[in-house]
Design a protein around this ligand. Structure first.
Ligand code: ZN
Length: 185
């Protein structure tokens, strides 16, 4: 659970640490604002993806389903700085599909915690396998990490790409290629 009082105290200390006066006009409300904001952006701490992926629809075919350009915002656990970008998810159904907004919701839940991009990619893929039980799933995340681009380690706008493949996507390179072709179209 989010402890807003602890966050408020910590932000105050942080402000003092960087040499600020936490009591000056512009900063007086900042610890409280940050605490409330953290309540929102870390609201997915305990979610496992079961909620959005629970409501399934029966289908007869097993054609690949692709949901691309799902925008997400997360926080890197190494620097507590945002990384954000797009998620693309494809799966081959085994008799069941979910509403398209549910995949976006799943991404949102796994983004709403301290994260590593590679880990988040795997968690989304594993949740889809576990709760939707398709024949396979493939997840691609492309994101800009402010902890890198803001400090000039990498060029602004440069993106990190991570991939997770499960089930039929692991072995079937033809299927993987079709996924990447569909991403481009
Ligand atoms: Zn970082």
């Amino acid at each position: 659970m989010i402890d807003q009082e602890k966050i408020r105290k910590a932000v105050r200390l942080l402000l003092e640490g960087i040499g600020e006066d936490p009591d000056r006009d512009g900063l007086a409300e900042t610890p409280d604002r940050v605490a409330r904001m953290y309540g929102e952006i870390f609201s997915g701490m305990d979610a496992d993806g079961s909620e959005p992926l629970a409501k399934v629809f029966r289908v007869d075919n097993s054609e690949m389903v692709l949901e691309k350009d799902i925008v997400f915002y997360s926080m890197c656990e190494h620097h507590m700085m945002p990384f954000y970008g797009k998620a693309h998810i494809a799966y081959v159904p085994d008799g069941k599909v979910v509403g398209l907004s549910k995949l976006a919701r799943t991404v949102e839940l796994f983004a709403a915690r301290l994260q590593l991009q590679e880990q988040m990619t795997g968690q989304i893929a594993d949740a889809v396998m576990r709760f939707l039980k398709p024949r396979g799933v493939m997840v691609v995340l492309e994101a800009e990490h402010l902890c890198m681009t803001m400090r000039g380690v990498k060029k602004p706008g440069s993106r990190t790409v991570s991939i997770a493949a499960r089930g039929v996507f692991e072995e079937n390179t033809g299927l993987q290629n079709r996924f990447f072709q569909m991403l481009q179209s």
